[in-house]
Design a protein around this ligand. Sequence first.
Ligand code: SAM
Ligand code: SF4
Length: 445
Amino acid sequence: MKKFYIETFGCQMNVHDSEKVIGTLVSQGYQQVETPEDAELVLYNTCSIRDKAEQKVFSRLQQFKREQGKGKVFAVLGCVAQQEGGKIFERAPHVSLVCGSASYNKLGDLLVQIERGDKRVTGLSLDTDETFETPMTRRDNPHRAYITIIEGCDKACAYCVVPMTRGPERSRTSESVLEEARRLADAGYTEVQLLGQNVNSYRDSSDRGWDFARLLRAVAGVPGLRRVRFTTSHPRDFVRDIIEAIDDHEVLCNHVHLPVQSGSSSVLDRMQRLYTRDQYMRRIEWMKAARRPIAISTDIIVGFPGESEADFEATLALLEEVEYDSVFSFKYSKRPNTPALALEDHIPEEEKSRRLTVLQDVQRAIQLRRNSALVGSTDEAMAEGFNNATGQWIGRTSQNRTLNFTHALHTAPGNGDNLIGRYLPVRVTRAGANSLAGEAVLSAN
Ligand code: SAM
Ligand code: SF4
């Protein structure tokens, strides 16, 4: 039995790609092990969205250089693999396989070449209209599963490597997505998360020609599913039908992640985001007018080249206006071969850090305010784990809030007492900026 170890960096797409890669390896007779020391094949599924993420993989490879002589094979997969290609062999000569995500369909063949003893094997073609589908996907979470619906990206945001590292947009057929959702529900999964760089650019590749809202409604109808999440949505392609689908189907989680990146239309224009602040705000208004309360989260980049103090203030004002439930914020990071490199007025690192801190402080106060307003209310939480240190079950609401709770009868997992995977009504008793705490409501009978 050949043993492999895999470490994954980056987004949920990468996490799910790794699940599929693991399935492919296991189907070829490999066995997964917990440490690189125990493995004959060491794989790093990499992220290059920001410079820091990219550096991580090279430091890992450096760490294991000394293993070179011990018969281990090293593989670099994912975005850094696609971005750096054959240059990785020069920088880390002990690497034998470099493969981008658009070539994972060929992974089985590439592994055969490695087993034959080939020392420099690459899968770097971006010229594909295929998605990576495998029935062998290995999933570790028994309740929540990812389903890829669309891969790649056809947008061209000035700061972003994704169109270059993940290739052009390719959607799966609706039937294959539905078939996977049904299979997961039959296997006991109650929550699925539909994944893509821009899920709402989805366009069924079969004759049905469904758009994203139509697909959402169909997945919501799969018997056995209790929660359907989706991420990420691009504001430009965000249509009202999506909100109507959420209003019509309780199963669709009332949470939308809609990255804005900046609150200034001139920055958005230079970022090539394809919408203005006003157009973005119109989508927010649609969501706020929905029948169900929809939680909204976003991504923000501070310190994009040329971002003035006034532009930054416009982003802070947008945060106050939207009142997001959560925000992922990043300092702009220069990425190879992206148009933003050529822009003038790059912002000094210290100034980017200052803006990030200011923004995060503003957002923390907003979240604390919003979460505090929920004290006293009751919401349904799915128990995802148990925290031994606090004695609380770790729960999540449909709106994607963390709601940790105690249960008068089930005080810890074990002895048939395990709540993990169950959905329970929880009364909120305390609020922090990033999570809520509460008590499970016991039913009268
Ligand atoms: N497709 C999604 C969208 O358009 O909103 C985002 C996908 S990207 C993997 C996730 C986030 O990383 C982006 O929303 C952006 O905020 C951030 N990001 C991408 N490139 C970046 C860069 N060069 N520097 C800093 N943050 C970046
Ligand atoms: Fe990157 Fe823009 Fe595509 Fe999102 S839409 S993946 S930010 S290029």
